[in-house]
Ligand binder design. Structure first.
Ligand SMILES: [Fe+2]
Length: 234
């Protein structure tokens, strides 16, 4: 994403690869993080956050189409890709987060959300410049990749600010467990980013090969037409 020698589009080549997780993230908010009704004030904070974060995924699909990825492949090839080895970290991220959240207390869920939000902050902050350049050049709005979404991503749980979160007092056991949870969330996201990068790198190499093939074909066509022209006029 930070390689300025590539076009903005090439730097967003990882975008289709994260589909499984991004779409599942709406469900994680709706069906795992949220618990209603609740009298627990920390779970109430978690719930407020889920009502913000469960509604962002349609913008991902909107940009998916605008960036031209709808033309990638057939629906069956696409499903095979989403459940392939190439995208396993996307699915593992979803399933492991589900397991961690299911067993976590409301306070621990806040710790998990904070780790997810910090990761989101890096991703959306880096995507923003690329999206802005494409938006200007092509006269389109990219609601997921661009300013529209970034402005809603506060970098911490919606409905609370950093100070309020820092003021939550934890007993020793909860603190130790929260740290383990945060470490695992970051490790899962790290593996995920490696998978996205590997997809983007291979995709970029394939695109270069295709371009080379097309050039080779056109060079060949020029050669043949030159030979024919010479044959006619000699
Ligand atoms: Fe979001």
């Amino acid at each position: 994403m930070r390689d300025a020698s590539l076009t903005e589009e090439a730097r967003l080549a990882f975008y289709p690869c994260m589909a499984h997780f991004i779409l599942s993230f709406g469900d994680i908010n709706k069906y795992l993080l949220r618990e209603e009704p609740t009298t627990d004030r920390y779970q109430q904070r978690v719930n407020i956050h889920t009502y913000e974060d469960d509604r962002h995924w349609p913008w991902y699909l909107e940009d998916f189409a605008k960036l031209g990825f709808d033309r990638l492949c057939t629906p069956s090839a696409w499903m095979r890709f989403l459940w392939s080895e190439e995208t396993r970290q996307n699915r593992i991220l979803t399933y492991r987060l589900a397991a961690l959240i299911d067993r976590a207390s409301a306070i621990e869920r806040i710790a998990i959300i904070e780790a997810i939000e910090e990761t989101g902050n890096v991703l959306f902050g880096t995507m923003l410049d690329l999206a802005t350049a494409i938006e200007r050049r092509r006269g389109i709005e990219l609601r997921y990749c661009g300013e529209f979404h970034f402005a809603l991503e506060s970098g911490h749980s919606a409905g609370s600010n950093r100070l309020e979160i820092a003021e939550i007092s934890l007993d020793e056991t909860t603190q130790a467990h929260s740290l383990l949870l945060v470490d695992e969330v970051f490790a899962l996201f790290e593996a995920w980013t490696h998978e996205l990068l590997s997809y983007a790198t291979k995709k970029h190499a394939r695109d270069l090969d295709d371009r080379y093939d097309r050039l080779a074909i056109s060079d060949h066509d020029i050669l043949i037409s030159n030979l024919i022209t010479r044959a006619i006029f000699n």
